[in-house]
Design a protein around this ligand. Structure first.
Ligand code: GDG
Length: 493
């Protein structure tokens, strides 16, 4: 299987140092006041673990809000058995408010998702963003040496390479952007656009999720920075400024396909999926799983579902939308308003269309455990993944991986990064087109088994070939010495 072949990467020399806003751990205070720590178990952590372990690597980030005198001891416990160590960057309450909630989530997040009217360009956020990026650079300086490869994750930390250089230090550094990169028209609105672009060019390599993002970045650099030279003729572009060359490539992130597929096939998950289906007799399940975020297009999805019920009476009593929303950033007023808007829409739809024995929208606002999530994926006839803009969207890939009986249909927004890879076999929609999404729901509802199976088989094949291990290997290999000819063999094009 290709996913096994994807697991064989080793760094040539030095250690791998992963840097992210949060450490991959969860910390809870138990009844007696003691802190309990456990490693997180996402696909990214699983895929990075072998390379981190083989190189004796380090993961560096903010441990979260905790008040423990024994942080080092706690972190040693948290990484026990993983083969790598955890190092903390301590952030104050003010850092979190200004750098994280402020600059990262009220400036960069909305702007990079093309939602500039939601931005709050508060200058004190920018000050804090610079200071916190310097804190991360200092932590890298103290915890790494010249042979190490430093891989920085995501939009919270775009200035880290620059901050390190300002300290007179150099490291080999790569950056991966999990979120989209906007077009020049939108990026230009950022008051600190030049500083951010130039700082990104201090990395040796930058990875984006899609060609769209990479092209946007290169266009922004060419338009805004005097003296920049870009070469985009090859799979991996280069952007040079004042003698420093940055490789810029496309590395679509993925999931541990094999693991999802095997876990979804377990008897307990299968039985739970049957229970969920049996609880809704004669009904096809349409599933939405989204973090509470305005970029995910949840109200737009509900409008489209409502429109489908209005236009196609034959759907009444025959489909149920199960919408799972994972609580997120609930300290930000915009997210609280979004939650109220969603709840208002759910109650309007149910108030209008519910009949004895049938509720059109089943709404959950909570975290499900993994087995329960897999059971929902398995039970769903249709997944409705309609972000207004998304770096990738892993839910789309997870749904397919869990669909071991190949019966399901993926309806996917053309503005999700995943669309670049999955558009041929998913049903593609424009999430702003209420009528179009409603028609696609009806089309999916009626799709014959043979077509469903063929589409799902192809979706699964393409996700299995380019799983999370493929992603880690491709990024790290490219950052070392990989030649362009090798890249085409790796299936990026
Ligand atoms: C950012 C980018 C990019 C969801 N509900 C539950 C649950 N989840 C898990 C899913 C999935 C993850 O959360 C959501 O990932 P997404 O990719 O959909 O979205 P973001 O959180 O916005 O992630 C995104 C990603 O980074 C990676 O680069 O794809 O575009 O925005 O893995 O499974 N997990 C559990 N219970 C739930 O109820 N256990």
């Amino acid at each position: 299987m290709s996913q096994i072949a994807n697991r064989d990467f080793k760094l040539d020399a030095g250690r791998l140092v992963i840097v992210s806003n949060r450490l991959p751990i969860s910390i809870n205070q138990v009844d007696d006041g003691e802190w309990e720590i456990s490693p997180s178990s996402g696909g990214l952590v699983t895929a990075l673990t072998p390379v981190l372990r083989d190189s004796g690597g380090i993961w560096l980030g903010w441990p979260g809000k905790l008040d423990s005198g024994n942080l080092d001891e706690l972190l040693a416990k948290g990484s026990k058995g993983t083969g790598y160590s955890l190092r903390s960057v301590i952030l104050t309450e003010e850092d979190i408010n200004l750098y994280y909630f402020g600059f990262s989530n009220e400036v960069l997040w909305p702007l990079f998702h093309d939602l500039q009217s939601r931005c709050n360009f508060n200058p004190s956020y920018w000050q804090s963003y610079q200071q916190v990026n310097s804190k991360f650079a200092e932590a890298i300086l103290h915890n790494s040496n010249h042979d190490d490869y430093i891989w920085v994750q995501d939009y919270h930390l775009m200035l880290v390479a620059k901050s390190l250089l300002a300290m007179g230090e150099e490291r080999s550094m790569g950056f991966f952007s999990h979120i989209p990169f906007p077009s020049p028209d939108i990026f230009n609105k950022l008051p600190w656009r030049l500083q951010i672009l130039k700082a990104l060019l201090d990395y040796d390599m930058i990875g984006f999720q899609t060609m769209r993002d990479r092209n946007n970045f290169v266009h922004c650099a060419e338009m805004l920075i005097k003296g920049v030279q870009a070469d985009t003729r090859r799979q991996i572009s280069t952007v040079s400024l004042q003698g420093h060359e940055t490789k810029v490539g496309v590395f679509p992130i993925s999931i541990d396909f094999h693991d999802f597929s095997v876990a979804a096939a377990e008897t307990t998950v299968k039985n739970r999926a049957s229970e969920l289906s049996n609880a809704l007799p004669n009904c096809k399940i349409i599933l939405g799983v989204d973090r509470l975020d305005y970029s995910k297009g949840i109200p737009e999805k509900l409008h489209a579902f409502e429109y489908a019920l209005k236009r196609y009476e034959s759907l009444h009593g025959r489909v149920t939308l199960i919408q799972i929303i994972v609580p997120s950033r609930v300290d930000i007023p915009e997210y609280v308003n979004l939650k109220s808007e969603i709840e208002g829409l759910v109650s309007r739809i149910n108030g209008k269309y519910a009949q004895a024995g049938w509720i059109p929208v089943n709404y959950m606002f909570r975290n499900l455990d993994r087995a329960e999530l897999l059971a929902y994926y398995r039970a769903a006839h249709i997944a409705l993944v309609t972000p207004l803009k998304d770096g990738m969207n892993l839910v789309a890939k997870e749904y397919c991986a869990a669909n071991t009986d190949r019966e399901g249909i993926l309806i996917l927004s053309e503005f999700a990064g995943a669309a670049a890879q999955l558009h041929r076999n998913a049903l593609m929609v424009n999430p702003y087109d209420t009528e179009g999404v409603a028609n696609t729901i009806y089309h999916a509802y009626q799709m014959p088994e043979k077509e469903r199976q063929l589409r799902m088989k192809r979706l699964r094949g393409s996700i299995a070939r380019r799983d999370i291990y493929w992603w880690v290997n491709l990024f790290l290999r490219t950052s070392e010495t990989m030649e362009i000819s090798d890249l085409s063999k790796s299936g990026l094009n």
